[in-house]
Design a protein around this ligand. Sequence first.
Ligand code: KG4
Ligand code: ZN
Length: 341
Amino acid sequence: MIILGIDTSCDDTCAAIVEDGKRLLSNVINSQVIVHHKYGGVVPEIASREHIRNIVPVVRESLRKAGLNNKDIQGIAVTVGPGLAGALLVGIHFAKAYSYASNTPLIGINHLEGHILSIFLEKRIPPFPFVALTVSGGHTNIYHVRDFGDYTVLGQTLDDAAGEAFDKVAKLLELGYPGGPVIEKLAATGRPDSINFPRAYLSKESLNFSFSGLKTAVALYVKKWRDHKEEKNKITIADIAASFQAAVFDILTDKVITATAQVAVKSVMLAGGVARNNNLRSKLQQAMSKKGIGLYIPSPQLCTDNGAMIAVAGYHRIMKGQRNDLTLDARSRFPLDQLNT
Ligand code: KG4
Ligand code: ZN
């Protein structure tokens, strides 16, 4: 079964075509990073307008790259949330019109389910059950994944998402947007143990996260660092980036290990924009190898937002007989444990 997957939840216009929930035929992503760069973050109204401009060419490109035309598409899957309401609506309205015009089944998908299932587009896939960590600009969650469609939220951020912390720290260091890639690059030449930033574990067994205290600690440190010549001679901006990054990744790694022990699983998957970070990938790999746990991470282009992961989720739901009608609407807040409500 050939599914067209669409995601317009944030600032990327994404369309992809996937066969049988695993074979990627095309994956087109139109990034709006340049448009939002000068504002230091995503401007929701501008994102919606850009999606309107991009959605038709992006879908056409996904068909062209797959060597298919409209009548080959057997189902259409679209992200309904969580995300920016106006941005989501562009993808949803397009998908409804496409479904109606081509008489093709329509299915609404939770963006986070998409991230979890992105790993099924790879050759090496985790056996059920597994723990999934999704870390991006909008979410930081740990899930117990028992089967397709069967997920429990084990933990989530109580304030900022991990990627959001990268973006905010990059902003205060005047490094531009998005912050993750530039902090990773800088951190590679810095000393991760040069500043001992706080690591908020909440309680020992808690799988929730809190990154706002860390962000404030970095902001206070940077203010002091800027004003004191002595400190500036001792500590470089790369040291700050490396120490901040180490604090975030220590927390992520330790919480994943706690999660695997709590639900007694032997496999972990990692997804979301922050999963592109090579330092996180290798740190988690080392920690998991020590514990005898298998680690599964999608290739970088499938870690960030994409339509392919939405098509995978859509395939499994359509195969179970699930469908949505033309009343399908956006759900800007949509926790994964409310999947069937
Ligand atoms: O999944 P994604 O593309 O969009 C959201 O759903 O948010 O993730 C974007 C986030 C941004 O916060 C960005 O700074 C972060 O992922 N990111 C990274 C890296 N590449 C992107 N964070 C750390 N290291 C990276 N290399
Ligand atoms: Zn995402």
